[in-house]
Design a protein around this ligand. Structure first.
Ligand code: C2G
Length: 131
């Protein structure tokens, strides 16, 4: 049983998020997703997500390609999360390329290309500009 783990905020869910989750799931038998907590997001990006942690977990859990969801409370706990969830493989978008290589002692680490031309930040900007 190959267990694939990935992490993300998944705020204002868009097709780039769904595509990376589907591609991650296709690399194994089960997909486990660590969704960043509201606190973690605030410390990382300096703003609270548009969708609450509860709603982001609800949305990600509802996707067909996702088997399990947990809350990522701290960036420093990645190794613990990978061990706890018995990860065979860690998948991240290539905006994180090289940043998680230290976990190669725990599981395989793969960076997948991001979907071009779409991001939560851009969606927020577009909505802001609507008169
Ligand atoms: N993503 C993608 N294509 C996009 C946008 C995002 O493939 N156009 C991927 C990112 O590379 C990431 C995942 O979707 O792997 C989730 O993206 P974010 O919600 O932006 O995640 P982030 O805030 O980078 O959180 O500890 C790591 C963090 O929790 C990752």
């Amino acid at each position: 049983m190959r267990r694939v783990v990935t992490f993300g905020t998944f705020d204002v869910l868009h097709v780039g998020h769904v595509l990376i989750l589907e591609r991650a799931r296709a690399l194994g038998d089960q997909l486990i997703v660590g969704v960043s907590s509201d606190e973690l997001n605030f410390s990382k990006k300096g703003r609270r997500p548009i969708y609450s942690q509860k709603d982001r977990v609800h949305i990600i859990s509802a996707l067909r390609c996702v088997d399990e969801v947990f809350i990522e409370e701290s960036l420093e706990k990645k190794g613990d999360y990978l061990r706890e969830h018995r990860a065979s493989l860690l998948v991240m978008g290539d905006d994180w390329a090289g940043r998680f290589d230290e976990f190669k002692s725990i599981c395989e680490v793969v960076y997948l290309p991001r979907t071009p031309s779409i991001s939560t930040t851009e969606i927020i900007e577009v909505i802001r500009q609507i008169p």
